[in-house]
Design a protein around this ligand. Structure first.
Ligand code: FCB
Length: 489
């Protein structure tokens, strides 16, 4: 991906009735550790996120996923909310330690049953279940055995994928192997702001490779176990990297970050090899001898679509020194999540920000989709996450009004619509998130939900954005900007 361009002018929106193609998938998304709770129920054992969140100082306010939104017990109500809103699909993740607690051996029937019931209820309500196999909750025992920097973890993952496919393949048709392996590898093992909290740049690169390998092995197992019509994918948080200026140093900073953020995954997964510039940029750290013959070919499996998560662009320039604090949008650390990306400064793009401090920039999504389309022609895409945290609160009338979130969603959906108009094959969109939930290192302090959760009681209150999004999903059309819908401010 050639990424280094200056911030382009926003594309004018020339369409009136912004109607999406027939058959476009409208969904919401969640992840197991962020919503389920029931951490020690029905045989589940700790994942790396249980360990990490219970380690003092790691998560804001000492929050953990022990109870979260208690979705494990309230799932029926949550499906009913989705049905009421009228969304057509639900992307959830399977908790590996609920299904295979030690990461080895047979599956726990109760764990599988939970997801079977959930999928049945979704199907019953006309909502398509989309399962992510791994949204960051590695069984702790596998981390104790070395975690993702160890090659054997890829084999464990493929085995777990087989157990899940066997139990759910008759009711789940769309599967995503990994969610955002960049975060697993580089925040988990590099900067340490995610579980398991290690700070070792070589371990992070090894983890990235073993995640690529795990994906390839799992896709082979899934293809063998699932009906031929099953759709397989991986979700990447492709960073839309922009250079601050067109000076050579800044352009090179953008190239290096693009390599270790994006092409470390798209290279092997979609092209069958690691990019030469990434290997050169990281040569002072490792010779990459952990990549064995055949590995990248194995990682390069045919996919039915690419899952793309987008929140905000990344703006970089050359820095004269290495700096000590590295911002990655998920927290600050003295350790870098960017091996090979030394002497790069990160900047907050201008304009409005969300409660995460992330710039609101729908043009970034448009540009990203066009770039992916030109780099990987013919590859269908789904936006598997997009959304925003704002400081929502319940009004005295009991309602939660979130016009900022509606504006964010409207702007980003309009960008998707423009990309489709420009010829990009985008098949669906999943709003992150159905519910307010455990936002990793930020705990419960950041609310991303279309549905408000009152944590002390577990009560759900659909926000204005939930109703707005439901209408968009039911009609397949964005209300005309400037009209009287809730999307206007
Ligand atoms: C993504 C994660 C998701 C959520 C959003 C805000 O990186 O996949 O779980 O935390 O960010």
């Amino acid at each position: 991906m050639a990424t280094a361009t200056r911030r382009p002018a926003p594309e004018p929106d020339t369409t009136d009735a912004r109607t999406f193609p027939e058959g476009f998938t409208w969904g919401t998304a969640t992840a197991a550790y962020q919503i389920e709770g029931a951490a020690a129920v029905d045989g589940r054992t700790p994942s790396i996120w249980d360990t990490y969140s219970h380690t003092p100082g790691k998560v804001k306010n000492g929050d953990t996923g022990d109870i979260a939104t208690d979705h494990y017990h309230r799932w029926r109500e949550d499906v009913a909310i989705m049905a009421d809103l009228g969304v057509g699909a639900y992307r959830f993740s399977l908790s590996w330690p609920r299904i295979q607690p030690t990461g080895r051996g047979p599956a726990v029937q109760k764990g599988l049953d939970f997801y079977r019931r959930l999928a049945d209820e979704l199907l019953e309500k006309g909502i398509e279940p989309v399962a992510t196999l791994y949204h960051w909750d590695l069984p702790q025992e596998l981390e104790d055995a070395g975690g993702w920097p160890e090659r054997a973890t890829a084999d464990r993952f493929a085995e777990y994928a087989g157990l899940a496919a066997e139990a759910l393949g008759d009711r789940v048709g769309t599967w995503i192997t990994l969610n955002e392996p960049w975060c697993s590898a580089f925040l988990g093992y590099g900067s340490g702001v995610h579980a398991p909290g290690r700070t070792d740049q070589v371990a992070a690169l090894r983890a990235a490779h073993h995640l690529n390998l795990a994906h390839g092995k799992a896709v082979q197992v899934l293809r063998a176990a699932l009906p031929p019509a099953a759709r397989l994918s991986i979700t990447l948080n492709i960073h839309h990297v922009r250079a601050l200026t067109e000076q050579a140093g800044d352009l090179d900073a953008a190239r290096r970050i693009d390599a270790v953020a994006n092409r470390v995954f798209t290279g092997p997964l979609l092209g069958g090899e690691y990019p030469a510039d990434l290997l050169a940029d990281t040569a002072h750290l490792t010779d990459w001898s952990f990549v064995r013959d055949g590995d990248t070919a194995l990682a390069h499996q045919p996919l039915d679509f690419l899952g793309v998560n987008y929140y905000t662009p990344t703006l970089v320039s050359a820095a004269t020194d290495d700096g000590t604090h590295h911002s990655d949008g998920h927290g600050r650390s003295a350790f870098s999540p960017w091996p090979g990306g030394e002497r790069v400064a990160f900047h907050r793009p201008p304009g409005e920000t969300t409660a995460m401090g992330w710039a609101v920039d729908p043009t970034g999504l448009y540009d990203l989709l066009l770039r992916l389309h030109s780099d990987f022609p013919g590859l269908p895409m789904m936006i598997t996450e997009n959304g925003a945290a704002f400081d929502d609160y319940v009004n005295p009338d009991g309602e939660v009004h979130d016009p900022d979130r509606i504006a964010y969603l409207d702007g980003h959906l309009a960008a998707v619509h423009r990309a489709i108009d420009a010829g990009v094959d985008v098949r669906g969109y999943f709003l992150w998130s159905l519910l307010d939930n455990f936002e990793w290192g930020y705990g419960y302090s950041k609310r991303f939900g279309a549905v408000y959760v009152d944590y002390p009681t577990g009560k759900r209150i659909p926000k204005s954005s939930a109703r707005w999004y439901g209408q968009v999903a039911r009609t397949g059309t964005l209300p005309v900007a400037g009209g009287s819908g809730e999307g206007t401010r």
